[in-house]
Write a protein that binds this ligand. Structure first.
Ligand code: ZN
Length: 420
């Protein structure tokens, strides 16, 4: 054991102020879809602060659209960048590693319900509040903090460590995919999503679909002579719920331990243009999960068949069939083997810090891990403890961020090895 291996806790503790300042700066940047750049500027500086040379990986719309694993997107991505940096190995013989996190956050859901404004970071004891604090800016900070602690301790590694701050994890995963298109590779990947006390070894796939439903507008006083698109959307949703029930009836392992692994979420609805007019149109946007191993095309077919069945049962909808569009996630799930060296070595590092190994769990969410797994790079999620992600008063535990950095620092040493 080298001097640093015996004192990683102290090396990481020395980075706590730097890490907490960085987290505060990141949370203050409202990096919602299309506004990620303010966060990438901060991450660029953070990687430089680690003594590394940050580089841009620009999103290339044409390359993404041509790629079989990309999700469709109807918005402009050409001004977007991932920020990456490599800590190059000082000698050969070790294993290489990607440490990945996403800079994008979801909108605040209902800003007026927050105790303090979502993009005004607020500390209360061990908790740091703010949209994106847990999902997953604290994870990005833990990655950078681990690397900074080791580098300031003058550790030299026998394998490359690649840091990635990517865009669009919350809607397509195309940011992480662009890194792989541009040639990123390593022997393993850890994504510091807020999955504390366990490693996430399986994840569902996710489909976003948008249903455009037509109506026939008339004065509300004579509503019976028209066709209300909002009423029709409700019928469509009811039938989709039946599909959801069927998909949850017989979950395959490892999802057979969960009561309701497949969630259908109607996340957005918009329709009509006047309260006293029967709604002429409605758009219903949903997110639906699928088990690892399911081809997204299969789920698309199930959704389309379900909606076609609704349409056939209604004369107006038969003549004006709802249209299903795809914009955003069309992605399959993924799994890694429990005996993967990544799992055992990261579990060991976790045990060194926490005194007991982490649980190994599936998640009912998707993450960028699938892209790495599909590219032959085993990938798991492990990160700080967060509460209320995608909800109100999202918060992250600062002590868990430090512990996460400590686990990652130990893992980097064990995985990459010290240079000879
Ligand atoms: Zn996330």
């Amino acid at each position: 054991m080298t001097a640093i291996a015996g004192d990683i806790a102290a090396a990481v503790a020395d980075q706590v102020d730097w890490m907490e300042t960085l987290l505060t700066e990141l949370v203050a940047a409202p990096t919602e879809l299309g506004r990620e750049e303010a966060g990438q500027v901060v991450m660029c500086r953070a990687f430089a602060d680690c003594g590394l040379q940050p580089q841009d990986v620009r999103l290339d719309a044409a390359a993404l659209r041509a790629h079989p694993h990309a999700s469709p997107f109807g918005w402009d991505v050409n001004a977007k960048r991932n920020v990456v940096a490599t800590w190059p190995a000082a000698s050969r013989g070790g294993r290489s590693l990607i440490l990945n996190g996403h800079i994008d956050v979801v909108p605040p859901a209902a800003a007026e319900l927050w105790q303090s404004p979502p993009y005004a970071p607020r500390r209360d004891g061990d908790w740091l509040y703010g949209r994106g604090a847990g999902d997953m800016k604290a994870g990005l900070v833990a990655i950078a903090g681990a690397v900074r602690a080791l580098r300031l301790a003058e550790v030299a590694l026998a394998g490359d460590v690649h840091l990635q701050s990517v865009v669009e994890e919350e809607c397509t995963g195309n940011g992480a995919l662009q890194c792989l298109i541009d040639g990123a590779h390593a022997d393993a990947c850890v994504i510091a999503e807020p999955h504390p006390d366990h490693l996430t070894i399986a994840q569902v796939g996710v489909l976003w679909f948008h249903v455009d439903i037509a109506g026939e507008p008339v004065h509300a006083a004579y509503a019976g002579s028209g066709h209300n698109a909002i009423d029709a959307a409700q019928v469509v949703l009811g039938t989709l719920r039946e599909l959801e029930r069927r998909l949850n009836a017989h979950p395959p392992p490892p999802y057979d331990t969960l009561a309701h692994p497949i969630n259908l979420n109607p996340g957005l609805i918009a329709g009509g243009d006047w309260t006293s007019t029967v709604a002429a149109q409605c758009c219903l946007s949903c997110r639906l999960a699928m088990y690892p191993g399911t081809d997204p095309r299969t789920v698309q077919n199930q959704v389309e068949a379900t909606i076609a069945r609704v349409a056939r049962s209604d004369p107006f909808l038969s003549a004006h069939p709802p249209r299903v569009r795809y914009d955003g996630f069309v992605c399959e799930g993924s799994e890694v083997g429990l005996d993967e060296p990544l799992v055992t070595v990261l579990s060991h590092a976790y045990s060194q810090v926490h005194g007991a190994p982490p649980a190994l769990r599936p998640t009912t969410a998707t993450t960028d891990a699938r892209h790495f797994v599909r590219s032959g790079i085993p990938a798991v999620c492990f990160g700080p403890r967060a509460e209320a992600i995608h909800g109100i008063d999202e918060r992250v535990s600062l002590s868990s961020m430090r512990k996460c950095a400590e686990v990652l620092a130990r893992f980097i040493l064990n995985w990459c090895g010290e240079a000879a």
